[in-house]
Ligand binder design. Sequence first.
Ligand SMILES: Cc1cc2nc3c(=O)[nH]c(=O)nc-3n(C[C@H](O)[C@H](O)[C@H](O)COP(=O)(O)OP(=O)(O)OC[C@H]3O[C@@H](n4cnc5c(N)ncnc54)[C@H](O)[C@@H]3O)c2cc1C
Length: 306
Amino acid sequence: MGLFDRLVIAGLPLVPRRVLWTVARRYVAGQSLDEALARITALRAEGFDTILDILGEGESSEAQARAAAASYHELLAPLAPVDPHCTIAVKPTHLGLLHSEDLCAELLAELCVAAAAAQRFVRFEMEDAPTIDGTLRVFETVREQHSNLGCVLQSRLFRTGSDLERLLTRFPDLNVRLVKGIYLEPASIAHTDHAAITRAYLELADRLLESDGHVGLATHDDEIVAHTQATIRRLELDAPPQHERRHEYQLLMGVRKPLAEQLRDAGHRVRIYVPFGADWHAYTLRRLKYNPEIARHVMRAVLRGD
Ligand SMILES: Cc1cc2nc3c(=O)[nH]c(=O)nc-3n(C[C@H](O)[C@H](O)[C@H](O)COP(=O)(O)OP(=O)(O)OC[C@H]3O[C@@H](n4cnc5c(N)ncnc54)[C@H](O)[C@@H]3O)c2cc1C
């Protein structure tokens, strides 16, 4: 990335929310649950499964964490008639991890119970490195009782191979979303080079595809897609009907839709991540950091005074 793009990205937090919202709409379904449900309905009509996420992170008080949990409980009933296959995703710090691991585990367990009653799967997401030990402790505690819970592992981190082996030993039918990791971590604990992060991803993906676990291959990277498709063919994992397979591809709303369509047309299950909510600001800034071209449009609009 050139100096100009780095300057543009550094300036993004100063962009007025009104201007940022015009581009946020590409990555965020809307601010209300109704808008998210409409997006899920449209994606379903196109043959995609979905993941519903309420935007929010870094909640540090008990009241905020309980309010976030309540919002998740409230979406289960309206989601029922819209899509039986949509899963729900929640960030650990949205459920109070920074306040207390016990509180977070209590709220996550309650959510798993309600989700299981509605036949829903819950994905406990992964955030930056300082939260990982706590996230995995909460996940392992709650997963012991609730098999409709899955985790996320990041190939960027050196520790992930051993975390995966421990988790697979404890939960052979573990359900993992595998990602590169969006948070830029220091070189002492993580690969910082794109090629090394991708190599680590490919090794972890093969390990998961060969295991008895389930894997969501969450990526928009052509090299990873080509490699994992070859592994899937080699292991004949695409022989069973789609709903019995233990793998799927996952992509973000607003990112590389043609790739999602290509995977769907090749017969893969493809799940699109649909985030919504009032707390869209931090999420949108993270997405734009990946997309200097759109970030430049945003800055031009600001300079024009749009
Ligand atoms: C469904 C899903 C859930 C995720 N959950 C988590 C999580 O819980 N924790 C976590 O740390 N990370 C999460 N991530 C983010 C992930 O860690 C990566 O940062 C992100 O997917 C980019 O990596 P990539 O594998 O797509 O490869 P990259 O090499 O980063 O991207 C490949 C190509 O995809 C395109 N692309 C990627 N991102 C964008 C974008 N924002 N805008 C436009 N084009 C883009 C570009 O063309 C790029 O060249 C998630 C990603 C997905 C798809």
